[in-house]
Design a protein around this ligand. Structure first.
Ligand code: CA
Length: 225
């Protein structure tokens, strides 16, 4: 299988033995794995990159798994399987309430986890990836954008911003929300950065093709319709 077609899974687990075991098993099943042992770091990775699935332990340093999931779900629907210890019934319920796709209780049978990963990556794949609005198309898997079939050369942040607006098309999104979604909850800069990046996008799309893709709604924010 072509390496770039492999599904990419983020393993978030601070117990090194379990994390290593999961990584070996998943790589054996031909998945690409990223590994992280810290909650805050995991949230950063999950927001920045598009994983096919996240395996998320609950008890983690710096930010627990429930909080990681809650913040992730404000902007992204990446499939998440939470790992809970046998006595953490509350975590299991809370996790499902705030948008986990599934949970496994430790210790678990690896075959069962692999089956659930197959199920949830399959569901996520169907219909996801391609967003279109008129002549504008954005492929979130390949991370490429095009207007009327012509590729648009975008930086990472420009792409993230366009992707977020496309995911929320017909919804006016304010600057704070965009800042949160694209630059992260711990970005302390001014919301002016959003206006700057909208200008960059317009210079690469609107100005080139003589169209208005991103509308400014005075006092409210931006929208793609
Ligand atoms: Ca743990």
């Amino acid at each position: 299988m072509n390496a770039s077609l492999k599904k990419h899974i983020l393993i978030v687990e601070d117990e090194a033995a379990i994390s290593r075991f999961l990584q070996l098993e998943l790589e054996h099943e031909n998945y690409d794995c990223s590994v992280c042992a810290d909650g805050r770091e995991a949230l950063g990775l999950a927001l920045e990159r598009n994983f096919d699935l996240i395996i998320l332990d609950v008890m983690l340093p710096s930010l627990n798994g429930i909080e990681v999931l809650r913040r992730l779900r404000q902007t992204k629907q990446t499939p998440v399987i939470i790992l809970t210890a046998r006595d953490q019934v509350v975590d299991k319920v809370t996790g499902l309430d705030i948008g986990a796709d599934d949970y496994m209780t430790k210790p678990f049978a690896i075959e069962e986890l692999l089956a659930r990963i197959r199920l949830h990556t399959k569901r996520a794949q169907s219909g996801a990836g391609a967003l279109t609005c008129g002549k504008l198309s954005v492929n979130t898997d390949a991370r490429v954008a095009a207007y009327d079939g012509h590729p648009i050369d975008l930086t990472k942040k420009e792409f993230d911003l366009l992707e977020y607006l496309m995911n929320n098309r017909n919804i006016v999104v304010n600057r704070e929300k965009l800042l949160d979604a694209v630059w992260g909850f711990d970005f302390y800069g001014s919301t002016n950065v959003v206006d700057v990046y909208v200008r960059y996008l317009r210079s690469k799309i609107d100005d080139v093709y003589g169209v208005t893709v991103i509308e400014t709604v005075r006092g409210a924010g931006y929208v793609i319709r």
